[in-house]
Design a protein around this ligand. Structure first.
Ligand SMILES: Cc1ncc(COP(=O)(O)O)c(C=O)c1O
Length: 424
């Protein structure tokens, strides 16, 4: 035979790299035995994980479907077209770009499409629930652009459109950003549009946190109001780690395309783009609406428990997937509670609260989200129990006996709810 047949025996990861194998096993155990309440996390489905770990990672495909700088792209083209078409259908939008490696890159592409360095942008103050990429001085958005901020109304703790309008009138930003990392209420996108129109300002909605709620019909869509919509794919939307950009106007779409590539990225992650396509298909299934509705029901149960237990929640509760607990009157910090909850097998993140007096490394609050546990199949009964455990830890953060007993009970509950990715 002219060519010798190469038969490669595939070894398993345990033999190839026992160290990484070991750490994945440890992480698997952590995910299995603990309660995940970080508001930006979720469990991607086995299909999403499988595609993200597929041989599509081998392919270089700079450019866009039908117009690539590399040969051999016909199959990844089909995957990318599917991702785009499904995403357009999911959010009822004219144009979609699925190449952004992350939510931050999606925002960067929008800024570079419309702004020159030094132009003014306006987002919600980071301490009030905004995101780093909305103008923070330590992020590219604040380093490249002149950033100004609006805040929440400190009395109502809500977005205050009179205040926002006053700030836009005073600062005259070229682009305004709505969409947040820690805001527990419905966002009135129409009110933002009206202000943007009055002051000739572009409106970017970053729906990273609520994309799954919008897709599931339990939060209004920003698509009819925003010039651009950006998002991550891995939070409530439950896809692989990544980003995307939507717009209605073909000129804007053209600008985004060239800013993503060659503007800020090289080869697209075709394995992730195909996994996005799978996630969008899952989100188009009627069962996704039930999941989104259950997220809200689960949050409402936690809200009720915390109300009963006398634990302060910013804005008094939540309309979405997250709650912002405030300990500034309890004499404990967000950092302390995050650490104590971790000892009890419950993962959350410390978070600043509006009007924060402490550093972001310490904080006066924690943020809690229900999307991951909803994916895991937990409903009202489990959420009530989890709310009681969290409350107990908040009132007894240094009581090792309570933390250890709670950890045991958490493990027992988790045994009844296998992870979707248990077999991977
Ligand atoms: C509102 C918002 N936008 C953007 C991002 C950034 O996403 P990524 O971590 O994918 O860059 C986040 C992430 O937490 C976010 O909350």
């Amino acid at each position: 035979m002219f060519f010798q047949k190469h038969k490669r025996k595939s070894k398993d990861l345990k033999q190839i790299d026992p160290d990484i194998f070991y750490w994945i096993q440890q992480e698997r155990k952590r995910q299995k035995e603990g309660l995940e309440l970080i508001a930006s996390e979720n469990y991607a489905s086995p299909a999403v994980c499988r595609v993200q770990g597929s041989l599509l990672t081998n392919k270089y495909a700079e450019g866009y479907p039908g117009k690539r700088y590399y040969g051999g792209c016909k199959y990844v083209d089909e995957c990318e077209i599917l991702a785009i078409e499904r995403l357009k259908q999911l959010f009822q939008v004219n144009h979609a770009n699925v190449q952004a490696h992350s939510g931050s890159q999606a925002n960067m592409a929008v800024f570079l499409s419309e702004l020159k360095p030094g132009d003014k942008i306006m987002g919600l103050d980071l301490f009030h629930g905004g995101h780093l990429t909305h103008g923070s001085p330590v992020n590219f958005s604040g380093l490249l652009f002149q950033s100004v901020f609006y805040t929440l109304n400190l009395e109502t703790e809500l977005l205050d459109f009179n205040q926002i309008e006053d700030q836009v009138k005073k600062e005259r930003p070229k682009l305004m950003i709505a969409g947040y990392s820690a805001y527990p209420r419905i966002i009135d996108f129409k009110a933002f549009r009206q202000i943007a129109d009055r002051y000739n300002c572009l409106l970017l909605v970053d729906m990273a946190h609520i994309a799954g709620l919008v897709a599931g019909g339990v939060h209004p869509s920003p698509v009819p109001y925003a010039d651009y919509v950006t998002s991550t794919t891995h939070k409530t939307l439950r896809g692989p780690r990544g980003g995307f950009i939507l717009c209605q106007d073909s000129l804007k779409e053209k600008k985004i395309k060239s800013k993503i590539f060659p503007g800020i990225q090289g080869g697209p992650l075709q394995h992730v783009i195909a996994a996005k396509a799978v996630a969008f298909k899952e989100a188009l299934d009627p069962s996704f609406k039930i999941y989104a509705q259950q997220i809200i029901k689960n949050t409402k149960v936690l809200e009720k428990v915390f109300q009963k237990q006398g634990i302060k929640m910013r804005t008094g509760g939540s309309d979405n997937h997250l709650l912002l607990l405030d300990f500034s009157q309890l004499g404990v910090t967000g950092k302390q509670i995050e650490e104590s909850l971790e000892k009890a097998g419950i993962t959350v993140n410390k978070n600043t609260v509006p009007g924060e007096k402490r550093s972001p490394f310490v904080t006066s609050g924690i943020r809690i989200g229900t999307a991951a546990l909803t994916t895991r199949g937990m409903k009202e009964t489990e959420m009530e129990q989890i709310g009681l455990w969290i409350s107990k830890v908040i009132y007894n953060p240094s009581n090792e006996e309570i933390l250890s007993k709670t950890h045991q009970e958490v493990k027992e509950l988790c045994q009844g709810f296998p992870l979707p990715t248990d077999d991977l």
